[in-house]
Design a protein around this ligand. Sequence first.
Ligand SMILES: Nc1ncnc2c1ncn2[C@@H]1O[C@H](COP(=O)(O)OP(=O)(O)OP(=O)(O)O)[C@@H](O)[C@H]1O
Ligand SMILES: [Mg+2]
Length: 362
Amino acid sequence: MASQSIKIRSLYKIFGPRGREFVEQVMRGMSKTELNREHGHVLGLKDISITIPGGGITVIMGLSGSGKSTLIRHINRLIDPTSGEVLYGDADICRMDQEQLRQFRQKKTAMVFQKFGLLPHRNVLQNAVYGLEIQGVSKGEREERAQHWIKRVGLDGFSEHYPNQLSGGMQQRVGLARALTNDAEILLMDEAYSALDPLIRVDMQAVLLDLQQELKKTVVFITHDLDEALRLGDRIAILRDGEVIQQGTPADIVLKPADDYIAAFVKEVNRARVIQVEAIMGPPSASLARLTVRIPASTTVEACLREMSFANAATATVIATDGHEIGSVSMDTLISCLVGDEAAARELPSSAPAAALLSAME
Ligand SMILES: Nc1ncnc2c1ncn2[C@@H]1O[C@H](COP(=O)(O)OP(=O)(O)OP(=O)(O)O)[C@@H](O)[C@H]1O
Ligand SMILES: [Mg+2]
């Protein structure tokens, strides 16, 4: 069965003993600072409405204190909302009784933590089977399932090792193997990769993307790193001071930042590696019959330029997964997208060969 989406509707979280009393004032515009100064309560989340599609990776991004952990903890109800709904399919997670909630947490969700959360006195295999052990799955079955995932995350031969015998990257692989062994539909990853060295981190991003191709879990991934967000996210939501200030695809965020704050964030991004031609293509064009290459809609601008350079083509025909033509892009369009603004685009000669552009991007 395809995973269901998680729908968060008008969610408010106000920390403090009388949180509910202040929801209305916050709705009417009371700021986080004022709430804290006047009433000693902390505004954690304000009017959050996000749909997290089943089977995709949704990234929650924002600076420290923006509410990322508070939000993800509502999904398995480690935190109760002050007001609002969190739905999984048709079930309202906030209305589940203790038993339903226990089942939901155990069977549907798995968390991967920044500090790995491994049990130090248990070896890799014993850590991986932990969730199934609690669920009462037989020893033979749980170990078979765990060994499969231990292998799959690249830890073949390490089952008997203890966490302190493993590097940070390997410990995080154990965290992932444990989550996958549970076979939960929802993976909640709160800054799971933030403690890793940069190269290991990029490795682990690749592991997740690779697994996701096959597994299609519903992944909620928190980070404060934009490159990580753009690489992993099918969708990204950006939080500031407990509010969602933009949500959309990586291309939406990079091409149409909602405000100066996000624009400043995305300024340094290599747009050509993020934006896919689908986001900038025009309609299919009959006049493009010659000197064109056919490229899939999910091709990045960078890869498209490379293809065009190889083929010495001035245009590309964009095709859907079933091969039919859905659009076209010209060299001009790609250049405008690359430089990010119209004025700069005009300064570049539109006849600039793709190869020269590619070397300028390095
Ligand atoms: N239990 C709590 N009691 C009071 N305030 C809290 C509590 N938990 C979180 N907060 C406050 O809610 C806001 C959001 O915190 P949260 O931990 O969700 O941020 P975050 O985006 O995860 O930050 P970080 O990147 O540092 O992990 C902050 O102002 C924080 O101080
Ligand atoms: Mg946090």
